[in-house]
Ligand binder design. Structure first.
Ligand code: VGL
Ligand code: ZN
Length: 213
């Protein structure tokens, strides 16, 4: 596949807390780092996202301990904007856990987009917060820069990569997922649901080798 100057690589949430041994570990997630570094070299435009939560964030199970007797990580509650999966406390703003993996090396990354920084609303997607309405500004940035095709990689396949790819597609960007440069959290059914929604929306998945990596 031939890359063009209007292509961008979107690197989702390659942060310490999502690594094995981190606060919200994703199996084998550190394996994607060298691959993403190599992919980035092929792109003129690279954008990083950084999940970035305040204390007592709505997505933390601990935030709900007083009001929901059995609020546990990986269970789902009803938030005012719809279902919200609960997580261990992760990527607290300005902590080491929120920092990018130390081996992530993309000096020419042109934008770091933070998301999930509001206490009362989570944001899996790089485009829209979990109410599926509040924009992060990324679509406007991409349109103004005339970046029309997006290649997604990073973490987690079944959450932030999933919703970023879907929203990117719905917002009119050509969207391709780099299947070997992402890893899932893998909650019950989450990978199947992701695969199905990608097929239903004809969101392509390709291996990095198609980009010569
Ligand atoms: C993510 C769960 C909670 C992700 C972020 O990056 O996929 N998952 N926060
Ligand atoms: Zn998060």
């Amino acid at each position: 596949m031939q890359l063009q100057p209007t292509d961008a690589l979107l690197v989702i949430d390659v942060q310490n807390d999502f690594m094995p041994g981190g606060a919200l570990p994703i199996p084998d997630s550190d394996a994607v780092v060298p691959l993403i570094n190599a992919l980035a070299k092929k792109f003129d435009h690279v954008i990083l996202t950084q999940d970035w939560h305040p204390t007592q964030h709505i997505s933390f199970a601990t935030t709900h301990a007083a009001t929901h007797a059995n609020a546990q990580p990986y269970e789902t509650i009803q938030a005012p904007y719809g279902p919200q999966t609960l997580w261990p406390e992760h990527v607290l703003q300005h902590t080491e856990g929120a920092a990018f993996h130390p081996a992530l090396s993309i000096p020419h990354a042109e934008l770091i987009l933070r998301k999930g920084f509001r206490r009362h609303i989570d944001s899996y997607s790089a485009f829209l917060e979990n109410d599926h309405t509040t924009p992060t500004g990324l679509a406007g940035y991409l349109r103004e820069r005339n970046l029309t095709r997006l290649f997604l990689c990073g973490l987690a396949y079944d959450f932030c990569v999933r919703y970023s790819a879907l929203d990117g597609h719905v917002l009119g960007f050509e969207t391709v997922v780099l299947e070997d440069a992402t890893r899932p959290v893998n909650l019950p059914g989450s990978v199947d649901a992701t695969n199905q929604s990608f097929s239903a929306n004809r969101i392509a998945k390709i291996p990095s080798s198609e980009l010569g990596v």
